[in-house]
Design a protein around this ligand. Sequence first.
Ligand SMILES: Nc1ncnc2c1ncn2[C@@H]1O[C@H](COP(=O)(O)OP(=O)(O)OP(=O)(O)O)[C@@H](O)[C@H]1O
Ligand SMILES: [Mg+2]
Length: 253
Amino acid sequence: MPAVLEIKNLDVSVEGRKILQKANLDVYDGEAHVIMGPNGSGKSTLAFCILGHPAYKVEGGEIIFKGSVLNDLKTDERARLGIFLGFQNPLALEGVSFFSLMQAAREAQNAKRKAQNMDIFELHNELGEKVSSLGLDKDFVMRGLNDGASGGERKKLEMAQAKTLKPRLAIFDEIDTGLDVDALKKMGEEISELKKSGVSVILITHYQRILNYVRPDKVHIMVDGSIVQSGGAELAEKINESGYSYLKCPVQT
Ligand SMILES: Nc1ncnc2c1ncn2[C@@H]1O[C@H](COP(=O)(O)OP(=O)(O)OP(=O)(O)O)[C@@H](O)[C@H]1O
Ligand SMILES: [Mg+2]
């Protein structure tokens, strides 16, 4: 079976500076891949490129999703194909509620599936349950998205969006940063649930601790815009113990 996502020799520049260099990654159905790497190594750039952020220029290589090349598609077209990105720094959208955003997204999904739009009261209840299950007050459904929300609350709202949209591929960029210990456990369990339901996950993180709750199929280390090493959960443990200096003298296996 082909991979859900194939990144092939991706070269990307931003503002004329090369950031990604021959990045490669294959993600299969229902797999969870973790990407770690030093600050500024290009992890968020890779996530933005998969969604087609216009500031990032693809100079070479391909991004293939479910067998189709995405390179020339706009962000909304990629989202409609079933790719979701939870941002490292979710922005506040004053005047656009979680409800109205999810309503628009559901309408777009239903139009694509030629399905009938759901009742708005049903959607309101569903979103209320989603935010409550993440430990957020139901007020978050109608408030401006992330408006006045704390760092941890914003990460929970990113997860609430992923749970509502049920994408085929969910990319979470540091969704574990800024969470208290209970919220971290809950977030890990939510990611695990998504994986069990067949969603492919790319989890960008600096910390091994979320992997106590999400069993990764692969862990990759990105340095200077390339994946320099891939392995299992033990790779995240090595980084946790020794930092990235470990990569300069890799253990012989
Ligand atoms: N829009 C931009 N304009 C200028 N430079 C950028 C832009 N986006 C990314 N960069 C640069 O590209 C490099 C990679 O950034 P990126 O955000 O992908 O790193 P990262 O691996 O996600 O880091 P972190 O772990 O700190 O989140 C950095 O040096 C960053 O300053
Ligand atoms: Mg980043």
